[in-house]
Design a protein around this ligand. Structure first.
Ligand code: PNS
Length: 196
């Protein structure tokens, strides 16, 4: 039936209620109405750019699981377990955020956690091709999965974990790009490596 804007108030409420139910069903919302999402990534290390995305995501969803990839082929600055510890410490004021590691396919992690919303940050157009490829593959694997791309604030749009690691490695100041806890842990790693 076409939408008739002149319908009675009762009928239009019925219609918008139907839309809401359909949307909730589509996003596989929990029965109690809680929207949950997964924010996956390497987070080696967790930067102010990531924090920015977490805070933006929490304006939209009720709870968030940060999923730290256990990449067995790549040795990072921090182990996946260390990253989880660090992120938990950074986000200790956000009880609605859980932090876990994951291996294998992201879609399987989403299935197990019964969520169909993935959050990814976009800093600039240059991120788009990579993100689009991941998005298309994930949709192919799990058609009712939705990926929400959030833009970081301009002050964070140049921050990347790779650049932060490189600058820190050569003794540059990254205090404005990572949370204080991350900075402290990176300094510890640096002095530990310098001692060898
Ligand atoms: O922070 P990153 O490294 O850009 O995050 C990439 C990540 C972890 C989101 C992506 O590599 C991923 O989801 N890997 C899990 C394996 C998977 O599901 N691959 C299919 C989609 S590419």
């Amino acid at each position: 039936m076409p939408i008739n804007v002149r319908k009675s108030r009762r009928e239009s409420t019925k219609f918008s209620g139907f839309c809401l139910i359909t949307l909730r069903h589509h996003l596989n919302e929990k029965p109690c109405g809680v929207k949950t999402a997964v924010y996956p990534g390497s987070f080696d290390p967790f930067t102010n750019g990531h924090l920015d995305i977490v805070e933006r995501a929490l304006r939209i969803v009720d709870s968030l699981t940060i999923a730290v990839l256990k990449n067995t082929t790549k040795k990072g600055l921090f182990s996946p377990e260390e990253r989880v510890d660090i992120i938990r410490e950074v986000l200790h004021n956000y009880p609605q955020v859980k932090v876990e590691t994951f291996e294998g396919l992201l879609v399987d992690f989403c299935r197990v956690h019964n969520t169909r919303i993935v959050i990814r940050g976009l800093r600039a157009v240059s991120d788009f091709d990579y993100e689009h490829a991941i998005f298309l593959m994930n949709r192919k694997l799990l058609p009712d999965l939705e990926t929400m791309f959030l833009m970081s604030g301009s002050e964070n749009s140049f921050i990347s974990s790779t650049i932060v690691k490189e600058v820190a490695h050569f003794g540059g100041n990254i205090a404005d790009q990572v949370p204080a806890i991350v900075l402290e842990r990176m300094q510890k790693v640096r002095s530990r490596n310098a001692g060898h």
